[in-house]
Ligand binder design. Structure first.
Ligand code: SIN
Length: 301
């Protein structure tokens, strides 16, 4: 009998698999497919101060081994998250809830974090300073270490919850940003969000997504995510949720060996809504094959 549990800071997860923000709506969408209480935790769709319609259509470009999205943070706003979405999820789901907050300024993040403080059902705040699909905020706040630190500090000042900052890979040195967030008080990091990408329709000579560019995710980015997690986990003391292109139980273990404490599965669920369930079911099989009794402290030789 193997032990799938992991520790994400002070929070124990029954297993390390977490659907990534933006790939499971507000949780109930996945509950149509299987009992979501089998998940390690859930990260909800990125939520902003005010409701947002998101970017113009089309927003998705399929690519070999991945996809580009330019959703643009479509969401119902923080008030509706707290009054409707989380209560509806909590009624059927008893494991940790990660609320992902986004914004266009330091004040936006502090506003959402302060509101979230009133919600006991939020177990972790994920601070998304890495969305590549909006102007004047999102990723722009996560590419400068001082700004990333300012957002982290502002959130920590108003929040007693564990704060995980979600980092962008679209920087020269992700470790500098990670260290700045850690020094500003982050309790953990999510590594990585999507890579900025673009496709062009050669018949129309227009970008495939209306916004022109979008965030590239899927199996193609897995090696980049492993590298980033390895670098950040070995440079920081706070726990890392590894994210980017994971679609198999073997890749979960690889990400944990790179230094992640838990993992997020994103695009795989968009291709197969049962992806997280199947990965969790497969984990004991792969662990037994590798002679692993548990998933804690997996290290490179
Ligand atoms: C989006 O809503 O555009 C995606 C969110 C993200 O990449 O952080």
């Amino acid at each position: 009998m193997v032990d799938l549990s992991v520790n994400l800071g002070d929070i124990r997860l029954d297993n390390p698999v977490i659907p990534a923000s933006g790939t499971c709506g507000f949780g109930l969408e996945l509950a149509e497919w299987y009992d979501i209480n089998m998940l390690g935790a859930i990260s909800l769709k990125g939520t902003t101060r005010d409701p947002r319609f998101g970017n113009a259509l089309p927003r998705i470009a399929e690519c070999p081994s991945g996809l580009i999205n330019s959703v643009g943070l479509e969401n119902p706003g923080i008030d509706k998250l707290l009054s409707e979405k989380i209560p509806a999820l909590r009624a059927i789901y008893h494991k940790p809830i990660i609320a992902n907050i986004s914004g266009f300024s330091v004040e936006d993040f502090a506003f959402c974090a302060e509101k979230a403080e009133s919600c006991p059902d939020i177990d972790i705040l994920e601070v998304n300073i890495s969305c590549p699909n909006v102007h004047g905020g999102g990723m722009a706040l996560g590419t400068d270490p001082e700004v990333a630190a300012a957002v982290t500090r502002a959130v920590k000042q108003v929040s007693s919850k564990p704060v995980f900052v979600k980092l962008t890979p679209n920087v020269t040195d992700i470790v500098t940003i990670a260290r700045a967030c850690e020094a500003a008080g982050a309790d953990g990091l999510t590594v990585i969000n999507t890579l900025l990408g673009m496709r062009i329709d050669i018949r129309t000579r227009k970008p495939v997504v209306a916004a022109g560019t979008g965030g590239f995710s899927g199996p193609a980015i897995f090696p980049i995510a492993v590298r980033a997690v390895y670098q950040v986990a070995h440079a920081c003391r706070i726990p890392v949720m590894g994210c980017g292109g994971i679609s198999t139980a073997e890749e979960v273990i690889e990400m944990l060996m790179a230094g992640a404490a838990a993992v997020q599965v994103g695009s795989a669920s968009l291709v197969n809504p049962l992806a997280c369930k199947e990965i969790i079911e497969q984990l004991p099989v792969v662990m037994e094959r590798l002679g692993l009794k548990d998933l804690k402290q997996l290290k490179l030789n």
